[in-house]
Design a protein around this ligand. Structure first.
Ligand SMILES: NC(=O)c1ccc[n+]([C@@H]2O[C@H](COP(=O)([O-])OP(=O)(O)OC[C@H]3O[C@@H](n4cnc5c(N)ncnc54)[C@H](OP(=O)(O)O)[C@@H]3O)[C@@H](O)[C@H]2O)c1
Length: 282
């Protein structure tokens, strides 16, 4: 046994994973740009500062990899890290990838291909996160402020997944790095696929607050994302993704969470009932 370097270790998925790995008695190292000084397992790590990578990897034989967020081109920052991980004998990398492929972002696909190519290294292709419906995500923020979901996805459905089920699946793959890597690629979804209309109805039922869905066109959505501060290329890519959802591209579910963890993934209804207070107007 050595241990698991958890990049994005302070994020939603990474923090849930750290809790699970600690519960299983595995040593963890929590990577962050702002490591908690009180936590001896925390280490400074920045994708943009390669000088932080070696110390983060030292002595660790497994890695949970959360690539740089809000980037359509993660490869230049992650590739040198992967080389270093190979050299230092990392047995398993679990990449938090996405089921949704951003247009004009071949770099993310190439990153996934590089991870899959290494024996024992695996890619999680995660569906849309249920936690996007919570603040501080822009979707959750808008629901909270205005009681509204604004989308270009129409009635298209997504197999929304709770990040805790991603963390549980990653934990299963990291606790025993020898197993379950046959094809190196796992599509991770919740138990059912739901449209934004379905999700709005679930929140309405559990909170008593009526949540509306406002349908807009992809170009309006891109403009809204830019106005919210996203880089233009990323805003356009996200809007195109919503158009893909409208066409049914993300309407799929898998049994991966059950297969890896022995437990079915959480339903959207359960997620909503657990977080109902967060959407009540105040
Ligand atoms: N939202 C979705 O529907 C969805 C679906 C599929 C896949 N994904 C993928 O999931 C990932 C996000 O996962 P999450 O939601 O669990 O994370 P999150 O809560 O958004 O947190 C982001 C994490 O990344 C770290 N981070 C940000 N910039 C960094 C940098 N320059 N160097 C090192 N670390 C950095 C942050 O750490 P510090 O701030 O502490 O440094 C934090 O731990 C993204 O790659 C996204 O593409 C999302």
């Amino acid at each position: 046994v050595t241990g698991v370097l958890v990049t994005g270790g302070t994020g939603k998925t990474g923090a849930a994973l750290v809790g699970r790995l600690r519960g299983a008695g595995l040593p963890v190292r929590i990577a962050s740009r702002h490591p908690a000084t009180a936590d001896p397992d925390a280490i400074r790590f920045d994708w943009g500062d390669p000088s932080t990578h070696e110390a983060a990897l030292r002595g660790m034989d497994r890695v949970f990899l959360v690539p740089p967020v809000e980037s359509v081109d993660p490869l230049p920052l992650v590739e040198p890290f992967l080389r270093r991980a190979r050299r230092s004998g990392v047995r398993r990398v679990v990449l938090l990838g996405s089921a949704i492929v951003l247009p004009n972002a071949p770099s993310a696909l190439e990153l996934a291909a590089q991870v899959r190519a290494e024996p024992g290294w695996v890619v999680l292709r995660a569906s849309g996160f249920m936690q996007n419906f919570l603040r501080p995500h822009p979707l959750g923020d808008r629901i909270h402020r205005l009681g509204e979901i604004r989308t270009a996805a129409g009635d298209g459905r997504v197999g929304w997944i709770d990040v805790r089920d991603i963390a549980a699946s990653a934990a299963a793959l990291l606790e025993d790095p020898e197993v379950r890597a046959e094809d190196g690629d796992f599509l991770l979804t919740g138990p059912e696929s739901l449209s934004y209309g379905d999700t709005a109805e679930a929140i309405t039922v559990h909170t008593g607050r009526r949540i509306r869905v406002r349908r807009i066109e992809p170009d309006e959505q891109a403009a809204a994302y830019r106005a919210a501060g996203l880089p233009a290329g990323f805003a356009a890519a996200l809007a195109t993704v919503e158009d893909g959802i409208r066409r049914g591209r993300e309407d799929r579910v898998s049994t991966t969470v059950l297969d890896l963890t022995g437990r079915p993934p959480r339903t959207f209804a359960r997620f909503v009932s657990e977080h109902a207070n967060e959407w009540r107007a105040n």
